[in-house]
Design a protein. Structure first.
Length: 241
């Protein structure tokens, strides 16, 4: 299990005040008229988004390729220019230093960046053997070179690397795209365990409708550049391949 940890500058008591208030719905991430501007003001595939993600919930985002899902996640993570407002735990993004925001907002890309040859050099703290085994990995993987990893191994390690920063919100861009079914279930369970222990929130780009049934507390679909909620009572929620 990856334990929850206070964010820099916050005590455990302060985090408890933020995230564990009985009978109150706590918003972790709040977007208001928020949109990516990576390609400037023209040809933006996804219109501005107003969305709240609450403590302890997994929100999925689906839609056709090229509709702007990844651009939205990158903009939230402050990796690309954006318009509108983004706030974390009630504090506007402009009030955070860039590295602090990107540590608290964990973005796991479909194919994450690796900047040195050895896997273990990418971790601020060595993952526990239980964390690795939960994803079907051994401690020996930390001594390997990134170039020798499979795509699925890189995806799992990128998730562990992000969780090691104890993010308040996790942005997952198809994190199981290269995994078999059993390993996919392992990764889903690990994310759920972290969410339960840390009271964080998750925005998960997901194309597998069966996976959405398993993991989503709420779901959204992109149609014609607009984000639409999917009602659990609608047949579309229960569609499967």
């Amino acid at each position: 299990m990856i334990p929850a940890s206070p964010c820099q500058g916050q005590t455990i008591a302060e985090l408890a005040t933020i995230t564990v208030i009985i009978g109150t719905v706590i918003t972790i991430l709040e977007l208001e008229r928020f949109a990516s501007r990576r390609h400037g003001l023209a040809d933006v595939p996804l219109a501005s988004v107003t969305l709240e993600i609450r403590a302890g919930e997994v929100v999925t985002l689906s839609g056709p390729s090229g509709c702007g899902k990844t651009l939205l996640l990158r903009a939230i993570a402050d990796l690309d220019p954006s318009t509108g407002t983004a706030a974390l735990d009630g504090k506007h993004r402009d009030q955070y230093a860039g590295p602090d925001w990107r540590r608290r907002v964990g973005f796991v890309a479909t194919d994450s960046a690796w900047w040195t040859a050895r896997v273990g050099d990418h971790f601020m703290a060595r993952p526990a053997s239980g964390e690795l085994s939960a994803l079907g990995l051994s401690a020996a993987v930390l001594a390997r070179e990134v170039s020798g990893l499979s795509t699925g191994e890189r995806q799992r390690l990128a998730l562990l690397r992000s969780l090691g920063n104890h993010p308040r919100i996790i942005l997952l861009d198809e994190p199981t795209a290269s995994l078999d079914h059993d390993t996919t279930l392992r990764l889903e369970a690990l994310v759920r365990e972290y969410v339960a222990s840390s009271h964080c929130g998750v925005l998960w780009v997901c194309h597998d409708l069966k996976q959405r049934q398993r993991i989503a507390d709420r779901a959204f679909q992109v149609h014609s550049g607009v984000l639409h909620p999917v009602d659990k009572s609608e047949p579309q929620w229960m569609l499967s391949h």
